[in-house]
Design a protein. Structure first.
Length: 175
């Protein structure tokens, strides 16, 4: 699923765009959640060096999968923005089908590669919700814009802008 996630994502995005609308009454909370989710993704991307080291700094001190949490926040923000119950159901299905197997796969890789360190890390840091009990032994790397670019986070930013603009356009231009 990890390799095919982008292909599987396309029909979900198409269905989501079909279901979504721009409900002005929900614009502020939806937009806030979208922006907060992308902030969380950028923050995590600035630390993540995929499979090179066990990332335990930045947001990884409080959650093992900040990028996935950020993605969920973005999707929830669009669902709020649209006011569509069907979009909520689609998001739940998508995250269950795509992200859960990916998380299991990635954690298996990290467990094999970083064994005891990963066991200690997972015993303290939750997978999908932040905790205030920070990991006591974070890596000493600093946030890096270069790492954000290397992780291609600009794709998520561009996707958000395009979808948001489309929703605004259809609400203003076609209603």
């Amino acid at each position: 699923m990890r390799r095919n996630r982008r292909l599987v994502t396309l029909p979900f995005i198409a269905a989501g765009i079909y279901l979504a609308r721009f409900e002005t009454g929900y614009a502020k909370p939806g937009t806030f959640l979208i922006m907060a989710g992308e902030f969380f993704r950028i923050w995590g991307s600035g630390y993540l060096q995929k499979e090179q080291k066990l990332c335990t700094g930045g947001p990884y001190r409080m959650i093992r999968h900040p990028l996935y949490l950020g993605s969920l926040m973005i999707a929830a923000g669009f669902a709020i923005l649209s006011g569509s119950v069907l979009l909520w159901l689609l998001i739940i299905l998508y995250f269950t089908v795509c992200y859960y197997p990916t998380i299991v796969y990635e954690e298996d890789i990290l467990a094999a590669k970083f064994s005891d360190d990963f066991k200690r890390y997972t015993a303290i840091v939750p997978a999908f919700y932040p905790t205030l009990k920070l990991y006591p032994d974070p890596d000493l790397s600093r946030f890096s814009v270069e790492q954000v670019l290397k992780n291609k986070e600009y794709n998520a930013v561009l996707g958000i802008i395009v979808i948001y603009a489309y929703l605004v356009f259809i609400s203003v231009g076609w209603s």
